[in-house]
Design a protein around this ligand. Structure first.
Ligand SMILES: O=C(O)CCC(=O)C(=O)O
Length: 315
């Protein structure tokens, strides 16, 4: 039995390097114009490779209209949902729990007061609700962008499941995770730093199961972590790729991250199942399109890799 386990471990730890040699580039390449649907499907979606596309949305009015004073005029009095955390980490592991942000409803103008440092409140604030909040909460802004990206919708034969609006403080960080979406991430102003791992790095990326909980701010401005009663434990990545704990997670030393900065006017194609950790400049404005992935043979193989890695971790 021990020999079989050792053989399986050897296969799994050799696999990421083999995959890298075959199809992962050393850095994220740039395309200078948006591609045709067929070319994009063949060269990027199918091989599951990220790229940064320039001039993909230069016609959007948002690029010159979206300033904080315009937002105040158009949506300043609207109540929107803002994620508030003590540390800037929403949906992340904290003290052996998977802690989600307090979802605070506030007029968008009050949120902008915090961003512009006119008001100081405890916590880190980030508009990051991932339920098509652009359509649901910022419908007045939809006309400044597009409801979908036509060449991507044609390549995939479907419209996006969600179009999200992101705006937050520099201290708001998105912890390492993956999604089952083909993601077109458009930076309107400021910049985002993405740290990426291909799905094939899964054997080196730790997951553990955590009790879900939510931050709640008390009247004295301190944050409590409140368990979600009756909720099942959730698998999450405990590791901070910017400061990895190699004593606890030595395998991560063999993973190889790709880093890229997506600047205003650029669109990142972040393929499904790629692990990503995200940071931003203060007040960075972004819109992204989540297209559901195809649950095809690539997905199935990834599930196998995931289950084998999990089985070995707990053996
Ligand atoms: O911009 C961010 O902070 C996170 C983006 C993200 O995780 C996503 O688009 O899936």
């Amino acid at each position: 039995m021990a020999e079989v386990l050792a053989a399986v471990r050897k296969c799994l730890t050799g696999f990421p390097a083999e995959a890298r040699e075959l199809h992962v580039l050393e850095c994220v390449p740039y395309l200078n114009v948006p591609p045709s649907p067929l070319k994009f499907f063949r060269e990027w979606i199918c091989p599951n490779r990220p790229c940064i596309i320039r001039n993909a949305f230069s016609h959007w009015p948002a690029l010159h209209k979206w300033t904080f004073s315009y937002f105040r005029k158009v949506v300043g009095s609207k109540e929107v949902s803002v994620a508030v955390t003590p540390s800037g980490y929403a949906d992340a592991v904290y003290e052996d729990k998977f802690v989600m942000p307090e979802e605070r409803l506030m007029p968008f103008g009050s949120f902008l007061d915090i961003l512009e440092k006119k008001v100081k409140l405890p916590g880190v604030f980030y508009v990051q609700k991932q339920c098509s909040n652009l359509m649901a909460e910022f419908s007045e802004l939809v006309g400044d962008v597009e409801p979908h990206i036509s060449w991507m919708s044609e390549a995939l034969g479907k419209k996006p499941d969600a179009v999200n609006f992101w705006l937050g403080e520099a201290t708001a960080v998105t912890s390492l995770h993956k999604d089952h979406y083909e993601n077109l991430y458009c930076v309107i102003s400021g910049e985002k730093q993405f740290l990426l791992h291909p799905p094939s790095d899964r054997p080196f990326i730790p997951y553990e199961f955590y009790q879900p909980a939510t931050y709640h701010m008390s009247e004295d401005g301190t944050f409590q972590v409140v368990d979600e009663k009756g909720a099942e434990k959730v698998p999450w990545i405990p590791l901070d790729p910017l400061n990895p704990d190699y004593i606890k997670y030595p395998d991560y030393a063999q993973a190889k991250a790709l880093q890229c900065t997506v600047k205003a006017g650029e669109m990142l194609y972040l393929p499904s199942l790629w692990f990503h950790h995200v940071q931003q400049s203060h007040g960075c404005i972004a819109v992204n399109f989540w297209y559901d992935m195809e649950y095809d043979i690539k997905y199935t193989y990834f599930q196998l890799l995931d289950s084998l890695t999990q089985a070995l971790t707990h053996s």
